[in-house]
Design a protein around this ligand. Structure first.
Ligand SMILES: [Zn+2]
Length: 310
């Protein structure tokens, strides 16, 4: 049964998503599984001055596919998670103000405040060769690693070995490397330090508890979509084959929608089914990119960000 949550102290009243006042917002709850319909489905106490009321019916009309609730299995999967080896925060702090060609590209396409917002949100940094560092920070703000990538500042495309030659970039620079591998090379991390990746942007689930979570493959797409569609929280797996139950486990109580790249729909669809069986988390796999491929003249591997002209 779906009812307005009964008052059981201040902890059962929330900040209103509209007027922002604290402890005045009552959420609808499904008493069958004790889950909220959604964090912003409810009613504000300030009927006159605010008047926010988002009913379960409105919500289900707008989000038909979410009628099936996420009820994660009771199995204690967190026990099966590998121990997390993290990287010292000082290492990230040392790179914080650094610019990168990727940021240059963003600034050439979008207003500065928008770019600043995503840079601060995702903690986008650079190395001394102006490669971008996409840090993987988890929900407990632990640094898992950082992906260091070279981009072309004009086109925003990734630089591969050949481009480096053409453009006279320093050939010693690898177009792609990882913070943890560099730290191991420098013997700052022990040899037995083990990588466990998390979703890029995962730390933002605390900052944006209300936003539906949209997952894409590449970090670049997550950042650009977050500029274009800030209503949603954009996270990235970092690769086609990097969708896993461990990554999804961290966002299991959220509404999750996956946007595979063109040509990857079936692969993510079957992986999503597998994850659902493993940990009971239901995700919508969106075929938006497939559906519009001809309309936008997309080629294999193109993704959501290639649809929007900017
Ligand atoms: Zn309100």
């Amino acid at each position: 049964m779906i009812i307005l949550e009964k008052y059981k102290g201040a902890a059962t009243r929330y900040t209103c998503p509209k007027c922002g006042r604290k402890r005045c917002f009552t959420r609808y709850i499904n008493t069958d599984n004790n889950q909220y319909i959604n964090n912003n489905v409810g009613i504000c106490n300030h009927i006159q001055s605010c008047g926010y009321h988002f009913s379960p019916k409105q919500y289900f009309d707008e989000n038909k596919e979410f009628k099936v609730f996420n009820v994660p299995k009771v199995l204690n999967h967190s026990k099966e998670l590998k121990p997390i080896h993290k990287i010292d925060k000082k290492i990230m702090l040392a790179t914080l103000g650094n610019d990168s060609y990727f940021m240059e590209f963003l600034r050439s396409r979008f207003p500065e405040q928008w770019v600043d917002r995503v840079r601060n949100d995702y903690m986008i940094c650079g190395d001394k060769n102006k490669r971008v560092i996409f840090w993987q920070i988890d929900e407990y703000l632990r640094l898992r690693t950082g992906k260091i990538m070279a981009y072309d500042p004009i086109t925003g495309k990734r630089l591969k070995e050949d481009n480096l030659k053409i453009k006279n970039y320093n050939l010693k620079i690898q177009p792609l490397t990882w913070v943890h591998s560099e730290l191991k090379k420098a013997e700052i991390l022990d040899k037995d330090w083990q990588l466990s990746q998390c979703l890029f942007g995962l730390h933002l689930i605390r900052k944006y508890p209300e936003k539906p979570v949209f997952v894409v493959e590449s970090e670049k797409t997550a950042v650009i979509m977050s500029i274009l569609k800030p209503k949603y929280l954009w996270l990235a797996t970092g690769g086609l084959s990097l969708l896993s139950w461990e990554k999804i486990w961290a966002i299991r109580d959220r509404q999750i929608r996956l946007f595979p790249d063109l040509g990857c729909f079936e692969k993510w669809k079957s992986k999503a089914k597998e994850i659902e069986q493993e940990i009971g988390v239901k995700m919508v796999v969106d075929d938006f990119v497939e559906r519009y491929q001809h309309h936008y003249n997309l080629k294999q591997g193109d993704d959501l960000a290639d649809i929007f002209k900017f």
